[in-house]
Design a protein around this ligand. Structure first.
Ligand code: NI
Length: 187
């Protein structure tokens, strides 16, 4: 017997977050066919990714981090981390694409739920324009600066098998989060 699709009653799961060293984090993830976005499989995956991100807690998560090699990311930016003070609401991007605008780079500390307990300095483009499908299959297109831009670049890197330590300069150390925190407090 065929079951009715009832997303409202779906209880999202908190999935295990895959750690650096796992092959799935090194793969180029596959695009999602737009006609499949509204299927149970993809809708449930998106809900599970969101609950996993919040439970971690984190502000961004890519599907490979839960062991699924598909081009899907979820993220939000708290207002306190947004240069505009507004923040970015919970966003789903499927098959995201990024255009980097200008040459300006910004260096800041990043962490990653798949590189647990570490922080490292990474240079990223300060301004980008990105687009992708949302969870309903509609096209989303936004300009982003600062942390918003950093976050989207970080999550999209996961879809190409790149973790942020690979982007760090040789002279910059990957710090334990406790060491990093002590350093921040001194400044
Ligand atoms: Ni990450």
């Amino acid at each position: 017997m065929q079951q009715e699709v009832d997303l409202e009653s779906y209880q999202p799961k908190v999935l295990e977050i895959v750690q650096a060293g796992a092959p799935v984090l090194c793969e180029v993830a596959a695009p999602v066919d737009r006609v499949l976005i509204r299927t149970d499989r993809i809708q449930h995956l998106i809900k599970d990714m969101q609950s996993t991100m919040y439970a971690a807690p984190g502000i961004g998560l890519a599907a490979p981090q839960v062991g699924v090699s598909l081009r899907i990311i979820v993220f939000y930016l708290p207002s306190a981390r947004d240069a505009s003070g507004i923040g970015v609401p919970l966003t789903v991007l499927i098959n995201p694409e990024i255009d980097r605008i200008g040459d300006e780079l910004a260096v800041d500390w990043e962490g990653c739920l798949s590189v647990a307990g570490k922080r490292g300095k990474v240079a990223r483009h300060e301004m980008i324009r990105y687009r992708g499908f949302d969870e309903t299959g509609n096209l989303v297109s936004r300009d982003a600066v600062g942390w918003h831009a950093r976050l989207v670049q970080h999550e999209c890197d996961h879809l190409d098998g790149v973790l942020y330590p690979a982007l760090m300069k040789e002279e910059d150390e990957l710090l334990d989060v406790e060491v990093w925190r002590a350093l921040q407090e001194k400044q």
